[in-house]
Design a protein around this ligand. Structure first.
Ligand code: 1CP
Length: 332
């Protein structure tokens, strides 16, 4: 069994596996090199030769316990026919949302559009470097996908004030998104993904209707993934109550964000925990990094724990700091 499966399925606390969110990305010079020659991000995600190469870059360098596929949560709206562009130094920009045409999305068209992602997964899963490692496929949670589809820009750029008002639109879209996320998850597992992570990056935006917009749709995806026989990890970033979320959704493991007190969480949550470390610590000196990493390792020494961050690694992170982090975790 791989170290992560050992942690999740057997609740083994003797080993602490490690991988990092956004490990295949801009802090890596070898990624920036490929990216500089490929301006169109969506096209890059759909080039299975390049995307499989990028997926394996952090494994070559740091020997993490899992590779996460190089793709994006916004490939789902792309598959549904909404335009998706990533602008340099700006972030994602989605095209107008036309509910009628989205509702007509045909499953075969969707599968064909995203087929390069499944080819990438198949290719990487056969790579000798993946021996005794997991291959993590992922999706955005229905709520987070909905936020991008309606807002068309990152909520960091502001949220349209009418956003929460059109409850009928929200409901219809959530059902559609959930249906295609299930297909996307199933295709990833069939292609060779051994774990699925569900990113709900904007869970913290929602104050009301949490059960209807977050718990219920996420639970449906979690149950769907469990039936496919692979573990599912949830990351409901900045949700107001991780314990309630876990009680309701019951994923195989929960990724905490860096605002969460790790000592409090192990008293509240029984399932394996992943992550937590503030990615900004990696911009500090090695001494501070080591101290903070050891604090997490000490707290989780009797609780099944997968080392990771409380959000994605920052682009300005130095390689030597990641090396120091991996070394500290491996030597513990
Ligand atoms: O190693 C990896 O994790 C690579 C695969 C990966 C994943 C899991 C990428 C590549 N994106 C994601 C998930 C993702 N994408 C999330 C969930 C996790 C999180 O909260 O960070 C979200 C919200 C997105 C949407 C997205 N993609 C944004 C917008 C974020 C925001 O501010 O609203 C942006 C800028 C991207 C582009 C992107 N995706 C991935 C990379 C490496 C990049 C940067 C591309 C570049 O400019 O070179």
């Amino acid at each position: 069994m791989t170290p992560i499966q050992e942690c999740i399925k057997n609740k083994n606390t003797k080993i602490i596996p490690i991988w990092l969110m956004r490990q295949a990305g801009r802090y890596l010079p070898e990624f920036r090199e490929i990216r500089s020659q490929n301006q169109d991000f969506v096209k890059l995600c759909l080039d299975e030769n390049l995307s499989s190469k990028i997926t394996l870059q952090p494994i070559d360098r740091f020997k993490f316990d899992a590779a996460i596929i190089f793709s994006d949560i916004l490939m789902l709206p792309y598959g549904l026919g909404q335009e998706v562009k990533f602008e340099k130094n700006f972030g994602p920009k989605l095209g107008d949302l036309n509910l009628d045409s989205l509702l007509k999305t045909n499953e075969d068209d969707f599968n064909n559009k995203l087929n390069p992602i499944y080819k990438l997964i198949y290719k990487v899963s056969k790579d000798p470097n993946l021996k005794n490692r997991d291959l993590i496929g992922f999706v955005g949670a229905p709520w987070t996908i909905l936020v991008y589809m309606i807002n068309k820009l990152s909520p960091k750029k502001g949220l349209n004030e009418n956003f929460f008002k059109d409850k009928i639109l929200i409901k219809k879209l959530l059902i559609l998104i959930e249906k295609f996320l299930k297909i996307h998850i199933e295709n990833q597992v069939k292609a060779g993904a051994t774990i699925i992570q569900i990113f709900d990056s904007w869970a913290g935006l929602l104050k009301d209707n949490i059960e209807e917009y977050i718990y219920d749709p996420t639970l449906n995806l979690v149950n769907h993934t469990k039936k496919l026989g692979v573990p599912v990890i949830c990351f409901p970033r900045e949700i107001n109550n991780y314990k309630n979320f876990c009680d309701f959704v019951n994923p195989d493991a929960i990724n905490i964000d860096y605002s969460i007190d790790p000592e409090k969480i192990i008293k509240e949550i029984k399932i394996p925990v992943q992550g937590g470390l503030d990615p900004k610590i990696l911009l500090n000196d090695k001494q501070t990094l080591k101290k903070e990493v050891k604090r997490y390792l000490d707290i989780f020494k009797d609780h099944p724990y997968i080392f990771n961050l409380g959000h994605g690694i920052l682009p300005e992170t130095k390689i030597e700091m990641v090396e120091e982090l991996v070394k500290t975790v491996r030597e513990f």
